[in-house]
Design a protein around this ligand. Structure first.
Ligand SMILES: [Zn+2]
Length: 445
């Protein structure tokens, strides 16, 4: 099955030198053969939203069918270092955006881990600092960052001008902006539309395409309205896209700005929070204690009906927002793609298999390919494409990770190839298989 071409037929797939060489109706000879009788063969999945730092956690992604993964929404400050740390150590392909939030953290000396915890969240930049932020973003793009990340919900003090100027830098490098929209999260929002309208305006003015992260958690009860805004903006020529993950809980850092308004809430609100390290539900007392300590918290705020709307909408891609699996995080890190195939395709039949695969392959590839020419050869099953291939059983594929046990492999992916090399074989990870390649935009000197 190849959503890019619409091919849905029995074929023999020939792979050589890391590329697909042939799709043939008649048998092919090879040194090695995988018998895919009765199974689905499709392009490997492309995950546009990932925050892991340990290559081991990417094995959980491979077992979920992911063959290329990207740190885009938050991004990184030092692009060279991020790629250097992963070279030769990754089971799947990998890429990163330069991130407005991490660059802002560096410029403003913020002590936060992953997202701002101090001045980068809460202080406006002066002219000199704004200049340094724009330079940091431009430097990252010159070093091959695949996009520009914006955690606008985590940097409320960043001015409209600072953000628009950052979009303008992205546009000069044909890079898209990957955005957690302002004010909107699982932890609450006054007006979810406002954050979306802001980035659509920045995109329309600057010309930089914009991708809205996790519309399921950013939109919550407003998912219909926000998807309608995205569809209409696209109809009027703005290049805006979005993604969703199939879980009702979000996850973020408890010390981040998102909880600044949580000082005094009814106990029932704190009970929606689950401390990841122990699995306990929070109270007012434990909320304040853990906020001083810092760490990851699950937010049980969404409903299954809204998540389903976000997942099945024709404009949404599937992306996990996953983190490392050790220490424990969120089941989306290990089960996003297989859960979508099991729940929405097989059990509820609200998505066809081809529609689901389109959201996991060609749609994310196309989002990246104007900036990264290599991506025109991924997300497809066609001669000349990179041999990133999943072979799975559509009758049994499913996730097994839970909120209490998030580090559990998905099942049903029988074989997963990355650049022609098996990383999953007969349903199990291949030890020490590290064929993942960097996905990077052309470098400027
Ligand atoms: Zn986010």
């Amino acid at each position: 099955m190849d959503p890019a071409s619409g091919l849905d037929a029995v074929r023999h797939v020939g792979v050589r030198g890391g590329r697909v060489q042939a799709l043939s109706a008649s048998p092919l000879d090879g040194h090695r053969t995988i018998d895919a009788t009765g199974l689905v063969v499709a392009p490997g999945f492309i995950n546009l939203h990932w925050h892991g730092t340990q290559p081991r956690s990417n094995t959980f992604e491979a077992m979920d069918g992911v063959t290329s993964t990207f740190e885009l929404e938050i991004g990184v400050a030092d692009v060279d270092r991020w790629y250097d740390e992963r070279a030769g150590r990754m089971p799947i392909n990998y890429g990163a955006a330069v991130g407005h939030a991490p660059v802002r953290m560096r410029v403003m000396d913020d002590p936060g881990a992953f997202v701002p915890a101090g001045p980068a969240a809460r202080q406006p930049a002066n002219d000199a600092q704004r200049g340094q932020i724009l330079e940091g973003i431009e430097r990252g793009l010159q070093r091959g960052a695949v996009g520009v990340g914006f955690g606008l919900a985590y940097t409320p003090a960043a001015s409209r001008r600072e953000i628009l100027d950052s979009f303008r830098v992205a546009a000069r490098y044909k890079a898209a902006a990957y955005v957690h929209i302002r004010g909107a999260s699982s932890a609450g929002s006054a007006d979810r539309e406002e954050g979306l309208l802001e980035v659509i305006a920045h995109s329309a003015v600057s010309g930089a395409p914009v991708h809205v992260a996790h519309i399921n958690s950013s939109a919550q009860e407003a998912v219909d309205r926000l998807m309608e805004v995205i569809a209409q903006a696209r109809g009027n020529g703005v290049d805006v896209s979005t993604e969703a993950y199939p879980y009702t809980a979000g996850m973020t850092r408890i010390e981040s700005f998102l909880f600044d308004t949580w000082g005094d809430k009814p106990e029932s609100e704190y009970a929606k929070l689950q401390w990841v390290a122990t699995g306990e539900r929070l109270t007012r007392e434990s909320f304040h204690r853990y906020r001083r300590q810092g760490g990851f918290v699950l937010i049980h705020a969404n409903t299954e009906a809204r998540v389903r709307q976000a997942i099945v909408h024709p404009l949404s891609m599937i992306a996990s927002d996953g983190f490392d699996t050790e220490p424990p995080s969120h089941p989306r890190s290990a089960g996003t793609f297989t859960r979508t195939l099991a729940r929405y395709v097989r059990e509820e039949q609200v998505l066809t298999l081809m529609e689901a695969l389109r959201k996991m392959t060609i749609m994310p590839a196309q989002r990246l390919e104007t900036r990264v020419p290599d991506m025109a050869l991924r997300g497809r099953l066609a001669p000349g494409a990179f041999a990133d291939i999943v072979v799975f059983d559509p009758a049994t594929v499913h996730d097994t990770a839970t909120y209490e046990q998030p580090a559990r492999y998905a099942v049903g992916m029988r074989h997963v190839l990355v650049n022609g090399q098996p990383v999953v074989h007969d349903g199990a990870p291949v030890p020490d298989a590290l064929p993942g390649l960097p996905v990077r935009a052309p470098l400027h000197q």
